[in-house]
Design a protein around this ligand. Sequence first.
Ligand SMILES: Cc1ncc(COP(=O)(O)O)c(C=O)c1O
Length: 460
Amino acid sequence: MTSTINPETLSGERIEELQQIAGDHMFMHAAQTNDWRGKLKVYTKGEGVWVETADGHRYLDAMAGLWYKSAGYGRTEIADAVYAQMTAIDSSPSGGATVPQVELAGKVAELYPDHGARSFFVSGGSEAVETAVKMAKKYSILNGKAGAFKVISRRYSYHGGTAMAVSLGGSPAADPMGPLMPGAIHVNNWNSYRMPYEGDPVDVAIKCANEFEEVIKHQGVETVAAMIAEPISAAFGIQVPPAEYWQRLREIADQYNVVLIADEVITGFGRTGEYFAPMNWGVQPDITSVAKAITSGYAPLGAAIATKKIADAFVGGPNETFKHLITFGGHPIAAAAALANLKIFEREDLVGNSKRMGTYLYEQLQSLFSHKSVGDVRGGLGLLAAVELVADRETKTPFPASAGLASKLPKALFDRNLVSFRAGDVIAICPPLSINKDEVDFIVSAIDGALDELESDLGI
Ligand SMILES: Cc1ncc(COP(=O)(O)O)c(C=O)c1O
C-alpha cells in the first residue's frame, strides 16, 4: 500500500487563504456551503488510485473522482497528448475537424459492439443525454412517427443537470425547476433490495420492464419516441438488474418501434467489466450516452453513440440533417485526451481488470455482513458496488436522518484514508479500474473500521 506520491504540501497560510476565497466566492456542486466552508479538501497530487491533499494527507479515492477516474491519476502520457494537440492546432475552423476527433470516432466504433456506429461528441454527460434524446426524437420523425415526443424513463434515476435531463431523472435534482419537460413519463426503477413487487427477482424485473410497455400502449405508440435507462442505476444505489430486464427492454423497443437509449455515463468504458454494460446481457441499445471514463476525467468529453441503423437515417438531404450544435462539443484537446486514455485501457487491459477486481471486491465485501447494520451488498459486475446500511436487517428499515450517517460515515472513512463522499445509507464504491488486490483490501478494511466506529457511536 505504498505510494510514490511526492509530498507537495502548501503552507498553512496558503491553505487558509484558499479556504477563505472558496468560502466567500465558490459554489460547490450540489453541496451546502455550511457543510464545507473552512474545511474544503484541496487536492494537490494524484497517482494511481491515490490522491493527496494540500496538507499532505494521502487517501485512496474509492469514488474515482465522480465515477470517472478509470485510468487512475497521474497519467502523464495523457497530458503529453493534450500538449501535443494544443500546440499543433487546438481547435479547427467550423465545418472541419482535427485528427483526434476523427480518430476517436473510429476508436469508439471499434470498441462499440455495433462497429458501424457514429458518434456525436459533446462536453459531458448531461449534453450526451440531451443529444441522445433529441436524436431519438428526430429519428422517430424521420422514421414515420411525426408526433412522437414522449420519453419514458425511471423514477430515482439520474440523467444529468440540464433541463431535459432533469426531467428524465426522477430525483431531487428537479428542485427547483417546477414544471418538467412535457412528455417526460416515469415508471418504476429496478431495485433488487426493495423490489417494487413480490416474487422471483427475474419475474419482478420483467414486470418492471413491462411498465414501459404499459405506458407506450396507454399513451399511444405514435406518441412515444424513446425509452431511457441506466444499465446499473448508481443514483438509486447501484442496482444491478438480472439480464432479463434489459433483454425485455430491447424486445419492447423493437415491438413498438421506440428508440432504446442506454445512459452509460457511469457504466460506459469498462466500469462493468465490458466496454459497454448491456454487452453483459447480449443487448444492443439504439443510442448510448457516455462521458466520464471516455477521458478518465482528464478533459471534459461526452458522446451520443448511435448504431448504424439510427445514424443512417440522418444521411440524406436538408430534411435529414441533425440540427444540433454545441460549440465545444468534442473539443480536439478532449479528443486527444480520450485517445490517449483508451490506449492505456487497451495496453493495461483495464476492462479485464475491472471484471477481475470487481469480482474480488464483491467477494471481500461479503465479510461486512458481520456488522449488524449491513443490510445488503450489491455489485459483482465490474468495479461498481454498494453496501446498504439499515437500522433493522429483518425489516430493512433505514436509519432515521437523526442517526447522521451522511455526515458521520464520510468522515469515518476519511479518517481511515478513504475518499467515499457518497457514503450514507448507501456506501458507493467505484474505484479506478487500475486498482490492485491490496488496494481493494484497503477499501474493505477502511469500511469495516468505519462501520465499527459508527455502530459503537450509535450503540448497536
Ligand atoms: C447516468 C448519468 N447520466 C448523466 C449524468 C450527467 O453527466 P454530467 O454530470 O457529466 O453532465 C450523470 C452524472 O453523474 C450520470 O450519472
